[in-house]
Write a protein that binds this ligand. Structure first.
Ligand code: FHN
Length: 446
């Protein structure tokens, strides 16, 4: 009987590895890595950049798949890509002014085009565009000067290469895709990752994406994983090259061994309103990052006018912080290397807000009351910041049971009328004290 149980456990482990993919065995984060995780958790705000030759078509980064552009036709794009107005220092300045602490940029997206100088393929910005320069190198140099950390997004999925074979469930309508050997694809990725972690100085993290392309999908949920991503080797390679480098993988499942942070796409942790996101039961113990677009697109989209308002964006970072999470807010630069004015304006507004209220976000952890549509809380030591997100005269925070010394309006000595009872905390906020975006209160605990 005991023997049977052991076999069952081994089988369950075997199949769960097939579903998840095996990570870096016996991973023990180095002291530098743990320090980097702490920095990351305190940083709270970063810029996501989706930039590639797809920006020329102004229809997002999935245009090759969405328009079923044949491989040989798409391969004509690099010849038109000449972002002469790209100014890395200007980007970094914009990031700093926005109150952001790091940048995560696409080094290679699903279209397979590398935005950096790689020896692993000529299909890259240096060898195949009239521009001929490595934008990641320029950005790495500018970031280093200004103390902004740099992460590289790296697509696991590839619609261009023959050796991305077996193919996944996307890009199936793209004509001209070839057939090759999976082991060559793994070697290609390892070569590129080695370059990314050798030629650009200290890299704060690698942001993987595309794992889900190789999973069965019945239209509602993911099933079995069809390939071996060799995460055991890939994660080890990264940590051996740069132990502090934080690995995250947008696989939408619970963290795999060897990862250092967990991301949530277009959703607050565990909410999964998109339907393809990470479920609540898959929330792990690593630092969190939520990523979101300013309009509805990651890559530059000429027609997308659905730019989020200042209120929506500020409330999103506040709610993310209420979960103890970072916000990675996206821009899709234009083919000339500039960022569209509407998005620059949004980043400026975020920066203005954070200059006044950043203390209630940076370096905080999730507060005692989880975010709702009405409020979010963050905490630093004996101080709790309550962010009231709707204009109401009376707010009741159910279940709040901390030992309060005093409550004031943030940045003032003015007391807030309140009542703590067995059920929670009742706050009375006169109309004149309500802020249309976020009324912040400071609770000092005993
Ligand atoms: O397919 C990508 C998409 O283009 C974009 O990069 C986002 C960012 O989180 N991730 C994938 C979708 O899950």
């Amino acid at each position: 009987m005991k023997h049977l149980t052991k076999i069952c456990i081994a089988l369950i482990l075997f199949f769960s590895l097939l579903v998840q993919g095996q990570g870096q065995k016996n991973y023990q984060p180095s002291p530098e890595n743990l320090e980097a995780r702490q920095w990351f958790q305190d940083a709270k705000f970063g810029l996501f950049v989706h930039w590639g030759v797809y920006s020329i078509l102004g229809d997002g980064e999935w245009v090759m798949n969405n328009q079923n552009i044949p491989v040989d036709a798409y391969e004509k794009l690099p010849a038109f890509f000449n972002p002469i107005d790209f100014d890395a220092e200007e980007w970094v300045k914009m990031v700093k002014d926005a109150g952001m602490k790091y940048i995560t940029i696409t080094s290679r997206h699903h279209d397979g085009f590398s935005m950096f100088d790689t020896k692993a393929s000529d299909y890259n910005i240096v060898d195949s565009t009239p521009y001929g320069k490595d934008v990641l190198k320029q950005l790495a140099d500018a970031c280093r000067k200004e103390d902004i950390k740099l992460f590289f997004y790296y697509s696991l999925l590839d619609w261009n290469r023959d050796d991305y074979y077996p193919r996944g469930r996307t890009g199936t309508g793209i004509p001209g895709r070839g057939e090759g050997e999976w082991k060559d694809y793994i070697e290609f990725m390892k070569t590129q990752l080695t370059e990314l972690l050798t030629n650009y100085g200290d890299i704060a993290g690698i942001w993987f994406d595309g794992h889900w392309d190789q999973k069965e999908w019945d239209g509602k949920k993911f099933g079995k994983l069809k390939v071996d991503w060799h995460y055991d080797e890939i994660y080890k390679l990264i940590h051996d090259l740069q132990p502090q480098c934080l690995i995250g993988n947008n696989h939408h499942i619970a963290p795999i061994e060897g990862e250092d942070f967990q991301m949530f796409e277009k959703d607050l942790p565990g909410r999964n309103t998109t339907g393809f996101g990470t479920s609540e039961s898959d929330i792990g113990q690593l630092p969190f990052e939520v990523c979101e677009t300013i309009n509805g697109s990651w890559g530059f989209n000429l027609q997308d006018r659905k730019h989020k308002s200042e209120k929506e964006l500020v409330q999103y970072i506040v709610k993310a912080a209420g979960y103890g999470s970072n916000l990675l807010l996206n821009v899709g630069p234009m083919p000339n290397g500039k960022i569209q004015d509407e998005h620059k304006e949004s980043l400026k507004q975020m920066g203005d807000w954070l200059r006044k209220n950043g203390e209630t976000i940076y370096g905080t952890k999730a507060g005692p009351s989880g975010p709702t549509d009405e409020y979010a809380t963050t905490q630093k030591g004996k101080t709790i910041y309550v962010h009231l997100l709707q204009n109401k005269d009376v707010v009741f925070m159910e279940g709040f049971n901390q030992r309060i010394k005093q409550i004031t309006y943030y940045g003032t000595q003015q007391k807030v009328t309140h009542e703590l009872n067995d059920y929670g905390l009742l706050l009375k906020i006169p109309e004149g004290r309500q802020d249309p975006i976020d009324t912040i209160l400071e609770i000092t605990l005993r």
